[in-house]
Write a protein that binds this ligand. Structure first.
Ligand code: BGC
Length: 767
């Protein structure tokens, strides 16, 4: 029987099926691990969910908890034999990696028109930093400290993806990243829980279209996923999928806040992480996924496993086989199995054996069905699918403009001796352009670049050529080296170009797939071929501007000593060449600030500003490091600290004041003000950062913690007052009793330009 479900036909179908189907038990308000609570709290939706649930067989319910990955060719769907039979029987809840309106329509048609209940499918995709218009990698965007911009780029990504029939993204990734070896730092917002939480909120709000639940029903938004719960970034030795061995204090004070912020911003789904924490793989961690996530934080959406995360409980060594793995995962709180097919293969039997309660299944299915109702898929399963809309909503001029600005505001100027940058159009200089990433478009999009066409990204060479066209600037281009190789002839050519030029710009860095999943490096310097080229360029005596493209902080110690300027440009996406050219030419004054500390060498990693003091701290003003927590062969400080970045102008912060010295532990606040002045000759933006430190508490506290920031635009010479309010609640943390509260104690605060800036220090206390 073919059925197309509209609201009216749907009700008829429900009545019909109620009479002739073979439903399993599914009672309203059933409890598996507690009474089901809907995400929306909307009784009408709850009733609709229950009316569907009542019609479902146990197998159909478990089908809803099953997700498969599709393999699509450019021209259409190539359904893998593995999952087609499940699709035809109505035993799939979601499909991901299905691309093209035509292909998705075909699958949705099978689900709603050719299966017994006709339940529509959720289509997921990793829309991480853009879908077709590719924005800078998330780590880069976070360096803009511009939350509104990050929200907008997520909105645009959602508009583009939703026009192609996608209604669920596996983003944002909100894992704290303290280890530059770990390739997935590119997907997150860096090392800080406060900034990470703000970025999580901005991205969830962007993808889901706001905090109002009704925006999920617009066909321009996506369900978002907070991932990877939890502490995936704490992988030992930076090795992907490795265990995270960490105290509950660190977990709660550092790693969990961004997930909780995503939840508070209304995130509809979470993804369990691959790793174990303290011996328990997250996918089997009932404490994490049920006690903390649902019972403590009140999450009411659903949890999906990571890719074959359930099956991996076997090699992890906590399940003897995949059946037991499925039981552990579902009982822990994983509602949907991504690609592993463990639920659909084994859970019917597990329920019959009493190892999994049907109530647990019912609750999971309710949460999944509710999302389908909220997206409007039961009313019109094809509402996301419209080729015309897809054309109109793709790579529009407005999206390109936003992408270009996103690039310019994400790059971080790390060094600029003798003001070699900007190279203005009027300067009449001859510039030698070299390096493997100068005329590259393939790498620019970085990893996790959705359906972004790598050939469409603007190379830096093109950006600079267009920028300087018709001016007195002369450009000479020669590659000099590929990412990993060079030859004496190539180097000689680059050196000859440098000799003919006033200044050299070298675009160097990593291959795009050296970061992202399973892309870990133990040597985070530029590859030797590129360093060799840089050494030769340096010998010409010409100033060299190094433009670095990477998915992680690199060890740039040699470059810091030897290059005139360094512009950290990450992987900038579709508009990379234009945005970088805007900065080089001075049409945009760089405003990016680092969100991960740059180490002096890989041996310092993990390195982060919010470290603990230890019992034997190094006094940075004192040379002596005897029996102190230090290194014999390098400093303990990073090469470039968190929050750091230069501008073409200079700023001074002074006259920092606090309205009162004592703060109560509850319901109190202090107001901090300071004067911020642009002391240079160009207009520019500064990110004013507020840090605090609690000197004594029931557990050791970090030497600094970011508690606020403001990105301010100031004209040359202009002064403005900055104001921060810090509440007692902002200073709360998990102490010795593992309760989150504000403890009395002496405090310090700084109104600073970066984490190592101690110039505006104020003492206060909590009483
Ligand atoms: C990654 C996830 C991603 C999933 C689906 C996994 O390997 O860890 O972040 O969402 O694949 O592509």
């Amino acid at each position: 029987m073919k059925r197309y479900i509209t609201s009216i036909t749907y009700i008829l179908a429900v009545i019909l099926l109620a009479a002739c189907g073979t439903p399993s038990s599914g009672t309203t308000g059933a409890t598996g691990s507690g009474k089901w609570q809907s995400f929306s709290g909307d009784k009408r939706i709850e009733q609709r969910v229950d009316s569907v649930l009542k019609l479902m067989t146990l197998e159909e319910k478990i089908g809803q908890m099953t997700q498969f990955s599709a393999n699509w060719s450019i021209t259409g769907p190539v359904m893998s034999d593995d999952f087609q039979p499940y699709l035809e029987k109505g035993l799939i809840g979601s499909i991901f990696n299905a691309t093209s309106v035509e292909g998705i329509r075909k699958m949705q048609q099978i689900a709603v028109e050719e299966t017994r209940l006709g339940i529509p499918i959720l289509f997921g995709q990793d829309v991480i930093h853009g879908y077709k218009t590719i924005f800078p990698i998330p780590l880069a965007e976070a360096c803009s400290w511009d939350l509104e911009m990050m929200q907008r780029t997520a909105e645009i990504a959602a508009i583009e993806a939703a026009s192609d029939g996608i209604n669920w993204t596996f983003a944002p990734m909100v894992d704290i990243g303290r280890d530059a070896r770990w390739g997935r730092v590119m997907e997150g917002a860096g090392e800080d829980p406060y900034l990470g939480s703000k970025v999580a909120e901005a991205r969830v709000t962007g993808f889901q279209g706001g905090k109002d639940i009704s925006s999920l029903g617009e066909s321009t938004t996506l369900l978002a996923t907070g991932k990877h719960l939890a502490a995936y970034g704490a992988a030992e030795s930076g090795r992907d999928y490795n265990p995270a061995e960490l105290s509950e204090h660190t977990l709660r004070n550092v790693y969990l806040p961004p997930y909780q912020a995503a939840l508070e911003a209304g995130v509809t789904t979470f993804m369990a992480s691959f790793n174990e924490i303290n011996g328990v793989p997250a996918t089997a961690d009932r404490w994490l996924l049920t006690e903390v996530l649902r019972n403590e934080w009140g999450f009411k959406g659903f949890v999906v496993s990571d890719y074959t995360g359930v099956n991996e409980l076997v090699p992890h060594g906590v399940a003897k086989d995949e059946k037991q793995a499925a039981e552990l995962a579902v009982n822990a709180g994983v509602d949907m199995d991504m690609t592993g097919a463990t639920y659909i293969k084994y859970l019917t039997e597990s329920v019959k054996e009493g190892k999994v309660s049907e109530k647990t299944i019912n609750n999971a299915v309710r949460s999944i069905l509710e999302m389908k109702f909220l997206l409007g898929l039961f009313d019109d399963p094809y509402r996301y699918l419209n080729e015309e809309r897809a054309k109109q909503n793709t790579m529009t001029p407005e999206f390109m403009e936003t992408a270009r600005k996103a690039v310019a505001s994400s790059v971080v100027l790390l060094k600029n001796d003798n003001q070699v940058l900007p190279i203005t159009k009027e300067s009449g200089k001859t510039i030698a352009l070299v390096g493997p990433l100068m005329n590259d478009s393939i790498n620019l999009n970085g990893e996790w670049a959705g359906l972004g066409d790598r050939n469409k990204s603007i190379p830096i060479l093109k950006g600079l050529t267009e920028k300087y066209e018709g001016t007195t600037i002369k450009l000479i281009y020669t590659e000099g080296a590929s990412i990993t190789e060079t030859t004496p002839a190539k180097i000689a050519e680059a050196v000859a170009a440098a000799r003919r030029a006033d200044v050299v710009i070298a675009a160097m860095g990593e291959d795009f797939n050296w970061s992202g999943e399973a892309a870990v490096r133990t040597d985070i310097r530029l590859p030797e071929a590129q360093r060799e080229l840089l050494r030769s360029l340096k010998e010409t005596g010409k100033p060299v501007v190094l433009v670095t493209l990477s998915g992680r902080p690199l060890d740039l110690s040699w470059e810091d000593e030897n290059m005139e300027a360094i512009l950290q440009s990450w992987f900038p996406g579709t508009q990379g060449g234009h945005g970088i050219a805007d900065v080089i030419a001075g049409d945009y004054n760089p405003s990016g600030r680092l969100v991960m500390s740059f180490p002096r060498n890989v041996g310092q990693v993990p390195i982060y500003y919010n470290q603990k003091n230890t019992g034997r701290p190094v006094d940075l003003d004192d040379e002596s490091i005897d029996y102190k927590s230090s290194y014999l062969d390098t400093s303990i400080t990073p090469l470039y600290p968190f929050g750091y970045g230069l501008s073409y102008t200079t700023f001074v912060i002074n006259n920092a004041k606090i309205d009162k010295k004592a703060l109560k532990t509850k319901d109190d606040k202090i107001t901090v003000t300071a004067n911020v002045q642009n002391t240079g000759s160009a207009d520019g933006e500064i990110v004013v950062q507020l840090y605090t430190r609690q000197l004594v508490a029931s557990v050791t506290r970090p030497v600094k913690e970011l508690k606020g920031f403001q990105k301010m635009a100031l004209k040359a010479g202009e002064s403005k007052q900055v104001t921060f309010e810090v509440t007692s609640h902002d200073l709360a943390f998990y102490g010795i009793d593992m309760q989150k509260k504000t403890e009395p104690g002496n405090m310090k605060l700084w109104v600073a330009q970066h984490a190592a800036d101690n110039s505006n220090e104020i003492d206060f206390w909590i009483e």
